[in-house]
Design a protein around this ligand. Sequence first.
Ligand SMILES: [Zn+2]
Length: 122
Amino acid sequence: MTIRAISSDTLLTLLEMAKSQHPLEFVALLEADNGVLSGINLLPGTRLDERSASLLTDMIPLGMSFSGSAHSHPNGVIAPSDADIGFFPRFGSCHLIIGYPYGPDDWRAFSRDGSQRNLGVI
Ligand SMILES: [Zn+2]
C-alpha cells in the first residue's frame, strides 16, 4: 500500500511524545488506514542504535507488519543516520524523523532507502 499522508492528530501526538522524551530518543511504529498513517505503536525503552534495531525486531510479534516508523533526533538534525537506513526497510515504506525543538515543522518524511519524500498532513 502506498502511503500518501499522515493524520494531523497522529503527527501532533508524535511531536508531543518526542518532546516529552527529550533529551532521550523515542521510537514508534506506525500503522496506516487507506494510505494514511493513523496508528501509533509505542515500544517503550527502545533506542534506535544498531543494537536496539535488532531488539526492536525481536519485540515485534510474528505476523505483525507496519507501514512506517517515527523517531526523534534530540540533536535537531533531521536526516537519517546509517543505523536509521539499516532500520527503515524492516518497518515499512514511510519513516518520520522529528527533530528538536519538535515544533509543527520540525519533521521530515523519508522513504525506505533514506531519501526524503513528500507526505501530506490531513
Ligand atoms: Zn535516527
